[in-house]
Design a protein around this ligand. Structure first.
Ligand code: ATP
Length: 239
């Protein structure tokens, strides 16, 4: 289990962004994290993956633990080696490199596993196989998103952290990303999913959290969140 307990995060030593957040990601599950812009979702992801430092953020209280062991003082590479990996936001793929080279960059595993994992990625993402020798910079938005997920998966993480994987994608592609997350989870990877697209996220999640200005305001099974009046109105646009 990956867990944040009473987590407080401050940027630039002054700006308090997470105000005592507790969130659990049990092994094997899909957990959705919802919230308006600026609520602190990305910050929480960074706390899990160790990327706070890069952004001048710091944990000032509470903890992040993996199976009970604190990991919030560890560098991202160490956290990744323990099996917690974030697919980089903003599709930060390396545009000059080919699709296949991008995938290989993600694989901090033994050489023999790289080949095996590449095959698994091409099975999960047939589109990436077709385009494996092309520069990643020429991929469409959806393909780049898939490459970013594929790259994170190359190191066999136990926990995959996804920040807005459906952002800016056409409905058909959102559907594909959704199916893919289900498949990845079926194959044994636990997923923490940050999404503006609440209906997509809740339709596949086991459990969901709603974050508002750095605090958890809802913590329920996804099916209950889908039925909740406030969630329906504010996050699903239904009344
Ligand atoms: P969005 O959906 O818009 O990405 P979010 O819920 O992911 O929002 P965060 O990106 O975690 O929210 O931001 C939470 C708050 O922290 C915001 O007020 C943001 O301006 C601030 N913030 C984020 N990154 C930094 C940083 N590197 N330095 C200072 N403040 C930051």
């Amino acid at each position: 289990m990956l867990e944040a307990s009473n987590l407080e995060v401050v940027y630039d030593d002054v700006m308090l962004v997470l105000r005592g957040v507790s969130l659990r990601v049990p092994a094997g599950k899909i957990v959705a994290l919802l919230g308006a812009n600026g609520a602190g979702k990305t910050t929480l992801m960074r706390a899990f993956s160790g990327l706070l430092d890069v952004h001048d953020g710091k944990v000032t209280k509470g903890s992040v633990t993996l199976d009970g062991e604190p990991i919030h003082r560890l560098p991202p590479a160490k956290i990744a080696a323990l099996g917690v990996k974030q697919a980089l936001e903003g599709r930060r793929i390396l545009g000059e490199l080919t699709v296949e080279e991008n995938l290989k960059v993600g694989g901090h595993v033994k050489a023999a596993r790289v080949r095996e994992n590449l095959e698994r990625m091409y099975e999960l993402f047939p589109r990436l196989h077709e385009r494996r020798r092309q520069s990643a910079g020429y991929l469409s938005g959806g393909e780049q998103q898939m490459l970013s997920i594929g790259r994170a998966l190359m190191s066999d993480p136990s926990y995959l952290l996804l920040d807005e994987p459906s952002l800016g994608l056409a409905p058909l592609l959102v559907q594909q990303i959704r199916d893919l997350i289900v498949k990845i989870n079926d194959q044994g990877t636990t997923v923490l999913l940050v999404e503006q697209n609440a209906s997509m996220a809740l339709s596949i999640a086991d459990h969901g959290y709603v974050l508002e200005t750095g605090k958890v305001v809802m913590d329920k099974p996804a099916s209950e969140l889908l039925a909740d009046e406030d969630v329906r109105e504010f996050y699903l646009g239904l009344r």
